[in-house]
Design a protein around this ligand. Structure first.
Ligand SMILES: Cc1ncc(COP(=O)(O)O)c(C=O)c1O
Length: 461
């Protein structure tokens, strides 16, 4: 184990060091991978180093390098190395963070980390929560709590913007909201939920016999980074006695910075907030988080005590974290957050998150000054959207879509960066999500220059 782990660490460090010089993407078609990987499990073992080498050569490189300084696609993520080591430790110590009896130290560390998060959001001491596998699981847990808080109504309805992540609608369906009672509310010119439309939809649904069970606000959409009008949504939910969930999976950790705190003002009024430390808190997958304003709402929805676990209810005043969500056996996710923040200090995280926002702002400025690029959505948190559309060219949207698809393909095949696209009210858009802590301005600028270059070449062709 010592030799194997030592070798694994050497290889992992070498990978991190060589990352900037590599392409941000590598992958293979399924037939190619089947050829080298599809096999029966070997009856007899082989030397562990040989197996490790195979994993490192044939499997692990076949991925988008989400931690690459030029990975701007989807929502990238660049974990800290103490976080990586923490995941190894949690496995090596074989922690099951299910109950206090089974894992008191890990449970306490999870409570410490949740207390940090609660303070960053401005949540009261009465709040509580748990770490989850990610933002999707956090939404499911949140909607279960919302459904129970609403008295498990027969015809529940849920509201979210037309920019909300699909994970929200899926979570609503999983907790029993019919697809035709999931309202996608239109958004304004900056992709923020339209309050007038939301108010009307809630009133119409009440009239039609629905029980508005939850409103889901975005604290950073994954498409453009838009932040919904959190205060106005909180006012409406208060007046309607409806649960307000904020999906802050992507944008929530901006709250650790002064500017982010201002942008996210109102988040503290939500009944629940979903966060993803495996995004903008630089943690290895998987770790998401759900915080609820009143910790009791989770336990009354989830606590379930089979007799086989009766010994775990000894003593008093210790929470069993499995009482707060859908998992009993749980990995020790808090350790990576705790070790990362203990190692670098919160100020380093603040600087890294601020840098992402600043780079997105500079990218927006670059696009505004470019004669080739057009800004399609302003920088919001760490995201900015643009397309190739040279000034005065007077091209139709269909032509522009073809050109921009070509630009995306050239970036994919001929450039080190990894960029993904989105559709903004039907307009094909290139999109940069700039949140990796090792990304510098040169990485962003050279990617924007490549967009201009590939765009001009596509137009000339
Ligand atoms: C805004 C938003 N919400 C929810 C999710 C889903 O989170 P997860 O992938 O951690 O389940 C994502 C993932 O990218 C996201 O960006």
């Amino acid at each position: 184990m010592l030799a194997l782990a030592g070798k694994a660490v050497e290889l992992a460090v070498a990978r991190i060091e060589s990352l900037p010089g590599e392409n941000a993407w590598d992958g293979e078609f399924q037939e190619g991978l089947e050829r080298i990987l599809l096999e029966k499990p070997p009856e007899e073992g082989r030397p562990a180093e040989e197996v490790l080498q195979r994993a490192v050569e044939d499997i692990l490189p076949m991925t988008t390098r989400l931690d690459h300084p030029r990975c701007f696609g989807f929502v990238p993520s660049e974990p800290t190395w103490p976080g990586v080591v923490a995941d190894f430790l949690a496995s090596a110590w074989n922690v099951n963070a299910c109950t206090w009896l089974v894992a008191s130290g890990p449970s306490q560390v999870e409570l410490v980390v949740l207390d940090w998060f609660r303070r960053w959001l401005g949540y009261p001491e009465s709040s509580g929560g748990l770490l989850t596998s990610g933002g999707s699981a956090a939404s499911i847990d949140a909607f279960v709590a919302a459904r129970e808080a609403a008295g498990n109504p027969e015809r529940p309805s849920v509201y979210m913007s037309d920019q909300s992540h699909g994970a929200q609608a899926r979570a609503a369906m999983i907790v029993g909201v019919r697809q035709d009672a999931i309202r996608q509310i239109p958004t304004d010119g900056t992709f923020r939920l339209d309050m007038g439309a939301l108010t009307r939809a809630v009133a119409e649904d009440r009239e039609a016999g629905f029980r508005p069970m939850a409103v889901c606000a975005n604290a950073g959409t994954s498409s453009t980074g838009a932040i919904d009008p959190l205060h106005a949504m909180a006012d409406l939910c208060q007046a309607e006695d409806t649960w307000l969930h904020v999906d802050a999976a992507y944008g929530g950790f901006a709250a650790i910075t002064e500017k982010g705190g201002e942008l996210l003002s109102g988040i503290e009024r939500a009944d629940s907030v979903g966060l993803d430390p495996h995004k903008w808190l630089f943690q290895p997958y998987e770790v998401g988080c759900l915080l609820v304003k009143d910790a009791r709402t989770l336990e009354s929805a989830f606590a379930f005590r089979p007799t086989v676990l009766q010994d775990t209810v000894w003593g008093a005043n210790h929470p069993n974290l499995d009482d707060r969500g859908l998992q009993l056996s749980r990995s020790f996710r808090a350790l990576k957050i705790w070790m990362s923040i203990q190692t670098f200090g919160l100020s380093a995280f603040r600087r890294a998150v601020s840098k992402g926002m600043e780079l997105a702002r500079r990218a927006e400025e670059y696009v505004q000054e470019s004669r080739t690029l057009e800004l399609l959505a302003p920088a919001s948190l760490g995201i900015v959207c643009m397309r190739v559309n040279p000034e005065g060219a007077g091209l139709e949207d269909d032509t522009l879509e073809g050109v921009n698809r070509e630009v995306l393909a050239r970036l994919f095949w001929d450039d080190r960066a990894f960029v993904s696209s989105t559709s903004l009210r039907g307009t094909f858009s290139l999109r940069l999500c700039i949140i990796n802590h090792s990304t510098g301005w040169d990485d962003v600028r050279e990617t924007l220059e490549a967009m201009e270059r590939f765009g001009e070449a596509a137009l000339a062709a």
